[in-house]
Design a protein around this ligand. Structure first.
Ligand SMILES: [Zn+2]
Length: 424
């Protein structure tokens, strides 16, 4: 039964026990998929009580998840596929279309794309997004202006993090250093693309300069690295070498890291250990990787590299899963729905949400990777920030993205339907 009055309310729901913190003595039995029936109460934007209930005597209203996060997106080019498609589905085709699209940007255009994306994300139960922004060329300034404006406008509903995306060598130039200072003053992150292969001392020097700059300015780093189906771990190898003797306090994230999957087991184990030692974090991006990588003319690929999530987790590397592109030249799909991403990750990455290591890349590890205050675990005192799904199991929730209602800071986003309405 859903009740709401004043600034508070209660709800009865199935909740994954992995995302629930209850006193030990109150821990109820869970379903085969690890869901427990709970009554959640909130007041003044904060969860005040979580109480196990009997599902037979008090049927839950649906399934509750905390609002989730999107650790890797590109809002600046969202929804541009129809005007700048990449029908060949190749990496080079995507890059060429991206360069054409970038020439045409205006602040109004990027603002409209960003607004549409944030609305969609909000409706899908997303509370934080990290978006990379193409930050070199004629469309850079207007893209930043538009997304900074949206970050401010949406700050009560979605925490928007912005990362400068450009060739990594640019940070070594005086223009690059000025840009870095400007981004730091706006609370952004420094990023960049490391194309594969990326041999040589110059690339290591460029990476080192970026890391030093980030440390000086106190900015996190998030790189597009090893997004390739060849040259296994060439980029991460260079990154680790560039970190030699460097003491960093800012977090460094490797987005993609796909070609690591091409390493044999033992070299991968050693690499993952070194990544854990250097506290590198990884965002795996199954949708765009699945579309662009391993592509062969006239044959269906049987091997498509994706960041080796489980091997990295086993070594102690923090891993999150992101959606990446939203209907742009890099991927024609994508809709900022974390449940659709979880559904795709069932078959693409064997991530089962009833397993700790299957769920955390979408929830608490993703939140920690983004440096968010709340890890997304439901406990008394946590934000009343959640989504109620019209589902009573993971299987139902992931078979097709379910209808949902979103609670932000203790208030329903839309008028909440009655219990009877939820049953249809
Ligand atoms: Zn990306």
């Amino acid at each position: 039964m859903v009740q709401q009055g004043g600034a508070g309310g209660t709800i009865r729901a199935w909740v994954p026990d992995l995302l629930l913190q209850l006193p030990e003595q109150a821990r109820p039995r869970s379903s085969a998929e690890g869901l427990v029936a709970v009554e959640l109460a909130w007041q003044g934007g904060v969860l005040t009580a979580l109480r196990p209930i009997s599902a037979e005597h008090s049927p839950p209203d649906g399934m509750v998840l905390p609002r989730l996060v999107e650790p890797h997106a590109h809002l600046d080019k969202a929804f541009s596929w129809s005007e700048y498609p990449n029908l060949s589905g190749t990496y080079d085709g995507a890059m060429a279309a991206n360069l054409r699209e970038h020439q045409t940007r205006t602040a109004e255009l990027v603002h409209a794309r960003g607004e549409r994306a944030l609305r969609l994300a909000c409706r899908h139960g997303v509370r934080a997004i990290r978006s990379h922004i193409d930050s070199l060329g004629p469309g850079a300034v207007c893209s930043w202006e538009a997304l900074l404006d949206l970050r401010q406008h949406w700050r009560d509903r979605i925490d928007l993090q912005l990362v400068a995306l450009l060739p990594v060598e640019h940070w070594s130039s005086s223009d690059g250093q000025r840009l870095a200072a400007w981004i730091a003053s706006r609370g952004g992150l420094l990023g960049g693309v490391i194309p594969s292969p990326c041999p040589g001392r110059d690339m290591r020097a460029a990476l080192r300069r970026l890391l030093e700059l980030a440390e000086e300015l106190g900015c996190g780093v998030d790189l597009h690295i090893d997004e390739a189906d060849a040259y296994p771990a060439a980029g991460v190898g260079q990154l680790l070498r560039s970190m030699h003797g460097l003491s960093l306090s800012v977090p460094v994230t490797c987005s993609h890291a796909s070609s690591l999957a091409l390493l044999r087991a033992e070299p991968l184990r050693r690499l993952a250990d070194r990544m854990a030692e250097h506290q590198l974090q990884v965002v795996a991006l199954p949708l765009t990787n699945g579309w662009l990588l391993g592509r062969q003319r006239d044959s269906t690929p049987y091997r498509q590299p994706l960041a080796p999530i489980r091997q990295l987790q086993r070594a102690g590397v923090r891993v999150a899963v992101g959606g990446d592109n939203i209907q742009d030249c890099w991927f024609p799909g994508g809709n900022l729905d974390p449940l659709a991403l979880m559904a795709a990750s069932l078959f693409k990455a064997h991530l089962a949400p009833w397993e700790k290591l299957g769920l955390e890349p979408f929830s608490s590890e993703a939140a920690r990777l983004m440096g968010l205050i709340w890890d997304g675990v439901l406990r008394p005192g946590a934000p009343a920030d959640l989504m109620l799904l019209e589902a009573s199991s993971w299987s139902e929730a992931l078979s097709e993205p379910p209808r949902r209602r979103v609670l932000i800071n203790g208030e329903w986003l839309d008028p909440f339907p009655g219990h009877a309405e939820l049953q249809h």
